[in-house]
Write a protein that binds this ligand. Sequence first.
Ligand SMILES: C[S@@+](CC[C@H](N)C(=O)[O-])C[C@H]1O[C@@H](n2cnc3c(N)ncnc32)[C@H](O)[C@@H]1O
Length: 261
Amino acid sequence: MNKEQLYANFYDLEYKNKKDDVDFYYKLAQKVDGPILECGCGTGRILAPIARSGKEIWGFDINTAMLEIAKKKIETLKVKKVKIFQDDLIKFYSPLLKNKQFTFIFLSFDSLAYLAQKDGTYYTPRETRKRQHEALRNIVKHLDKNGLFAFDLFSPNDLSKEYIIRHHFSRVIKNETWSLSSAVQVPEEHIFQIHYFMEILKMDGSIKRWHYPVSAYQSTFLEIQSLLDEVGLRPVKVYGDFNLKPYKPSSEQMIFICRKK
Ligand SMILES: C[S@@+](CC[C@H](N)C(=O)[O-])C[C@H]1O[C@@H](n2cnc3c(N)ncnc32)[C@H](O)[C@@H]1O
């Protein structure tokens, strides 16, 4: 297993039981009648339950290790109207997407923030905002006239001190102890880097460790509002958490449901 595959496995283990966002996107998906697209679908945590409900849903991600796990989940469901493929939010290059329109598009679990990085390249705040603009423009191009677009992002308030060093979990898997911890650094305003430390302890006492840094961009509420406006989207609902409390500046999350202007 390479480092990307390991990280994808750790990611899937860590968020296996996170359900608040799954319920939110699942309920929206049940309300629409038409094809659905998840951009940055990762390991299929949210896509798989929607696929299981019989909906036509497509998902793409830039990370093939994440997609391998998503594909395995879908294979076990034996559903027909699902496509999972590699693509880049900034490009939408897949021929599959040519002329394809969706009734519902979503971008979950802070994915817009992770445009601050691609492979080993770390983008400045200005470059990241440009990449976010490109991604949203691509989404608008593939959204039906009356379609819905939903996404969530952490609010800048959420980066509290307790996140500086964080132990995520240790789990025994086939006689190996898998542990994940992280440290957060803020190299420049709006950017934070999560340094993941993955560790596998074997029964013979040997230990292997990997360092996997991930960079994210903290958008402000105003930035998001103006980005949406620039690309021709209009928020119809804005929540501050997945209990659907209205957004306020102290909210931990920014959750938008948008339509085309
Ligand atoms: C925090 S994860 C969320 C994954 C999934 N949506 C979920 O809720 O579990 C962010 C995802 O965005 C993907 N991503 C980052 N940059 C991307 C890009 N340029 N194009 C497509 N996906 C991207 C990452 O590979 C990762 O799977």
